[in-house]
Ligand binder design. Structure first.
Ligand SMILES: Cc1ncc(COP(=O)(O)O)c(C=O)c1O
Length: 395
């Protein structure tokens, strides 16, 4: 039986119980799927969820809003909350991270003396595009560079934070190298200096355990299409509860009003709770589609997923070393997320050839080929990926 159509047999699932989940993902029957850092595979449950959303619309029409649709940004957010350690009612759904970043940065006055925004040098570009535009309002953007393109020393970030800092932005796991930041000391230093911290959890939630409450981060954001196995259009924003009374996002809309259905003239009177960070009509179908992924990750538990991920990524690195492939991710699993980056000559073309061989990975310029086993991948698939990569690179 070829690696591609191998189904989990009882011997395999006894050795690795998480392989029993493979049956939930149709694409695993015909592809080696190593790209969950980019787009997770579609879940069978999502077909059912999508149908539910359209059937409710068909049967209940306008009544669907008051029967659940209107409150979905918060009820769906609660499913994310339980994955990231947020209390109930502290996460709202939005279309994507870029919108969440825009909402958070719109809470602050960038024209005063506290106008510094620190961004980690491995942050996702979209976040930085938004920050750099804040210079129009007087913000000073201070990137903390990565000398090796892979890691950033904690001290460099801590040294950048001072009494003029308004916001510190950290991508918890770097999309380019899989470097895992230690958030706790950054939050402590920021709070000592009177600054806030926003953590982008897109590359960590669902693969690395995180507790936003324990860490006391002020804001966290992320999306659904990667490790959380949801569809596109379902980003999320966490805000610490005590900030509700302090912050008034300028990027807003009627869903953020205390009484949206009173349709009062402006200015806005913000909702007293997390809803003040909403804007307009929510993306209902995207939330239906994405929920199944959160449910599955919740059912398995991120601790079990992380344990397998550490073992498989360590194994992947060992096989890459044996094949003389250059590793561009931290070797210590404690400071690495779920992806391993391998730097090979002509990485884009090699990635395309892997695709032709039904091995799905991706390439990022300045980084290399990103390979990401998730809980449903078998050890054989890792061996298969590296041996094919080796044969393409070394002939
Ligand atoms: C760390 C990180 N942040 C943000 C994004 C993108 O955010 P969005 O498209 O939801 O704005 C990505 C990847 O697409 C990412 O890897």
């Amino acid at each position: 039986m070829s690696i591609l159509n191998r189904h989990p047999d009882s011997a395999n699932t006894m050795h690795d119980p998480l392989l029993a989940w493979r049956a939930e993902f149709p694409i695993l029957e015909h592809a080696t799927y190593m790209i969950s850092h980019s787009l997770g595979p579609m879940i069978r449950r999502s077909y059912v969820a999508d149908r539910e959303s359209t059937e409710i619309w068909a049967r209940r029409g306008i009544r669907a809003w008051e029967e659940g649709w209107w409150s979905m940004p918060v009820t769906c957010g609660d499913l994310i909350g339980s994955l990231i350690g947020a209390p109930k009612g502290r996460v709202v759904m939005h279309q994507n991270v870029s919108i969440c970043q825009t909402i958070v940065t719109s809470c602050f006055d960038w024209s005063g003396p506290r106008n510094k925004l620190i961004t980690d040098g491995l942050n996702f570009p979209s976040n930085d595009y938004i920050y750099h535009n804040l210079r129009r309002q007087g913000a000073q953007i201070v990137p903390i560079p990565s000398a090796d393109g892979m890691t950033i020393p904690l001290e460099a970030i801590l040294d950048g934070i001072d009494e003029r800092t308004q916001l510190v932005s950290i991508s918890h796991v770097a999309f380019r190298s899989s470097y895992l930041h230690d958030l706790a000391p950054i939050v402590r230093r920021a709070h000592d200096a009177g600054a806030y911290v926003i953590a982008d959890l897109y590359q960590s939630a669902g693969i690395v355990p995180i507790d936003v409450t324990k860490l006391e981060v002020d804001f966290a954001t992320g999306g659904s299409v990667k490790w959380l196995l949801g569809g596109p259009g379902a980003g999320y924003l966490y805000v610490r509860q005590d900030l509700d009374s302090k912050l008034q996002p300028a990027a807003t809309g009627w869903a953020a009003h205390a009484e949206p259905f009173a349709f009062m003239d402006g200015p806005i009177e913000y909702a007293p709770d997390i809803r003040r960070f909403l804007n307009g009509t929510p993306n209902v179908p995207a939330m239906y589609s994405a929920r199944s992924g959160y449910e599955i990750v919740n059912e398995i538990g991120v601790t079990a997923i992380r344990a397998k991920s550490k073992r498989q990524t360590q194994d992947l690195i060992a096989q890459a070393d044996e094949a003389s492939l250059i590793v561009r991710s931290p070797r210590d699993p404690e400071i690495r997320g779920g992806t391993v980056i391998l730097d090979v000559p002509n990485g884009r073309e090699v990635t395309a050839e892997l695709g032709r061989r039904n091995i799905l990975v991706d390439f990022r310029p300045g980084a290399g080929i990103r390979i990401a086993p998730h809980f449903y991948n078998s050890d054989e698939e890792i061996t298969h990926t590296i041996s094919q990569l080796k044969s393409i690179v070394h002939g």
